[in-house]
Design a protein around this ligand. Sequence first.
Ligand SMILES: Cc1cc2nc3c(=O)[nH]c(=O)nc-3n(C[C@H](O)[C@H](O)[C@H](O)COP(=O)(O)OP(=O)(O)OC[C@H]3O[C@@H](n4cnc5c(N)ncnc54)[C@H](O)[C@@H]3O)c2cc1C
Length: 424
Amino acid sequence: MTPNPRNVIVVGGGPAGLMAAERIALAGHRVELFDAMPSVGRKFLLAGIGGLNLTHSEPAPKFVARYGEAAAWMSGLLDRFGAEALRQWAGELGIDTFVGSSGRVFPVEMKAAPLLRAWLQRLRAAQVRIHPRHRWTGWVSPHGKATTDLRLVSPSGALTRSADAVVLALGGGSWSRLGSDGAWMPWLADRGIALAPLRPANCGFDICSPSGDGIGWGDYFANRFAGQALKNIAIRIKDADGDRHERVGECLVTVAGLEGSLIYALAAPIRDAIEAAGSPLEIRLDLFPGRPLAALTEALSQPRGRRSLSNHLHSKAGISGVKAGLLREFVPPEEMNDMRTLAAKIKSLPLRLARPRPIDEAISTAGGVALDELDHRMMVKRWPGLFCCGEMLDWEAPTGGYLLTGCFATGHAAGDGVVDWLAR
Ligand SMILES: Cc1cc2nc3c(=O)[nH]c(=O)nc-3n(C[C@H](O)[C@H](O)[C@H](O)COP(=O)(O)OP(=O)(O)OC[C@H]3O[C@@H](n4cnc5c(N)ncnc54)[C@H](O)[C@@H]3O)c2cc1C
């Protein structure tokens, strides 16, 4: 507990901002947290709907590597508050976690709401004052020196607030209806803070139509199969540098393309390759990754008798439903009846991805505040007293619990950074 309590403002009540607020309040400072939305943690609650993947249990070197270009930067933060610390922290809130079959870590109850409820109780007990429906709209003097005097808008009108330190934890730029709308980008840019443009990460992609002259599946395929999963397939891509990537998993057919975990896992190199080339990227689907081409060709070449092609495909290659539909969508009829060619297409079906889906639909965003703008305390080097954390920083990671862990770790570091800086 500090003998010298100071006033700190946190803007943004997602996992990063709440974590920063907790660290600062537990050190004895007075914390006011402002959020634009009627309640805090809305994206966190959404993340809990399909099962809150809090973190991952894989060994630290593998875990850290998931942050790609930001791995070295994130590594020190994860040493201080990584996967194990996060599980222990959740446990102290009464939320037990378990490791799923894929190594992902979930709360036993799977949801985010019980954790958020318990956390908000603890924050209130630590005297954190939460002000929902308070939107930060920039600094009091846009061209002045201070970045700790804030302009806000609340239902009762405009107000200004200043503090000894300010933490911004404003999120990325997706799912803007939950609060993170990226509106802060120009305000930080005006202060000379280097920013990378916000881009979709962990996102779906629109597909080039089979005829190649438009976007989206044919009407029949879209009507029949949109919403269905392509299970146990592999996707191979060549990235912008010509390096090959291959992943096995499952993805979802959407009205205009593909999304889901397998696509998200490859979304960053796909997005970058499309951007670098300025044109669609060809990807290859292996609809039967467990079976070598020769064995598949041999199986399909066995006499078909009076069986229809669909039945033959099903009995000899286990291919039916959406996978068979995909073949019919992209393989011309004459090639469908040539078993050698058909087997080759099952093992390597070329599709072209035209563009990422709009940023607002993405699970997370890349881009934001450049990491080298921050010092070891997560303080903006050129604006002492201003700290940033969470998804608004320029790092990205795949799904698997790495996003939340990164937000908690940076929020934790920013909170401790404020305490350390105020004690200087
Ligand atoms: C559908 C979905 C599922 C997901 N599932 C998972 C998962 O299982 N595991 C995982 O690791 N990650 C998951 N994520 C990602 C994860 O939820 C985010 O990375 C994380 O919430 C980001 O935390 P944050 O605190 O940086 O920002 P946010 O959670 O976005 O919070 C930012 C806050 O800032 C507020 N704010 C923004 N601008 C202003 C302003 N001007 N004034 C005042 N307040 C403002 C917003 O209202 C918001 O409350 C999922 C995301 C989505 C969309």
